[in-house]
Design a protein around this ligand. Structure first.
Ligand SMILES: C[S@@+](CC[C@H](N)C(=O)[O-])C[C@H]1O[C@@H](n2cnc3c(N)ncnc32)[C@H](O)[C@@H]1O
Length: 234
């Protein structure tokens, strides 16, 4: 999708790709690992599952699945080649633990796969960055087999007002600072902060998943709602 927003997002992630994993670890105080474990528990893959990871970046979700619930195969995709290059190096180092893992440059709005090709689609911190997240949800539904699971990890709105205020303070003041120190690109993290603040709350996203054709839509808040893991069935 060659729109200005997509080009900007691609530019940011191509700039920060090599420092992305370090930023994640530092900015979340390592808690992101427990969020990944929640994604893996929700996806609950077996060796009968074929997984498509959309906006898969450097591979955190894919490799968490390989460790916790190895599927038959994973198609790890992203529209920023530099993020996938890091994922490729991690595969060379054995992060996929032997699970067949394909890497492909793919736009979430136009998945180059046939209908009903996958049994699980995952997407972590992708929806917030898409130009048209409803279209990306419909694309995920299209490539899922009937009964297939769509598992989404995304930042949320903490329901508790005090926790929400503390989190907003951290987001506003610390995220661009940490991002700037770690990657040297503070402006990319101004974007990150703004995209998190602008993202709709959990109930609204759950409704959008229903509108995209999914059923049994539910979500679980993690760390008091800083992020949420959504599960939806085609
Ligand atoms: C915050 S990173 C998340 C990466 C990975 N899922 C993770 O959990 O660490 C967001 C990713 O979304 C990708 N992205 C943004 N818009 C996209 C699109 N339209 N299609 C595919 N990938 C996209 C970016 O390139 C980036 O790698």
């Amino acid at each position: 999708m060659a729109d200005a927003h997509a080009e900007r997002v691609k530019g940011i992630f191509s700039e920060i790709a090599r420092r992305y994993d370090l930023f994640n670890a530092l900015s979340s105080f390592g808690i992101y690992r427990s969020w990944l474990r929640r994604v893996a528990r929700t996806a609950a893959c077996t060796d009968a599952d074929c997984v498509l990871d959309v906006a898969g970046g450097t591979g955190d979700v894919a490799f968490a699945l390989c460790e916790a619930c190895p599927p038959a195969s994973i198609e790890l995709t992203d529209f920023t080649p530099e993020m996938l290059e890091v994922a490729a190096e991690r595969i060379t180092a054995g992060a996929n633990l032997g699970v067949p893992c394909g890497l492909n440059v793919v736009d979430a709005h136009n998945l180059p796969y046939g209908d009903e090709e996958f049994t699980v689609v995952t997407c972590a911190y992708g929806l917030r960055n898409f130009s048209d997240r409803r279209r990306a949800m419909r694309e995920a539904a299209r490539v899922l087999a009937p009964g297939g699971r769509y598992v989404v990890l995304e930042f949320g709105t903490p329901p508790n007002a005090v926790w929400r205020a503390l989190y907003r303070f951290y987001l506003t003041h610390m995220i661009p600072f940490i991002g700037g120190v770690v990657t040297g690109d503070r402006s990319g993290f101004d974007y990150l902060r703004d995209s998190i603040k602008a993202f709709p709350p959990q109930d609204a996203i759950a409704q959008e998943l229903c509108d995209a054709g999914f059923s049994q839509v539910e979500y679980k808040n993690c760390t008091g709602g800083i992020v949420a893991v959504y599960a939806a069935v085609k």
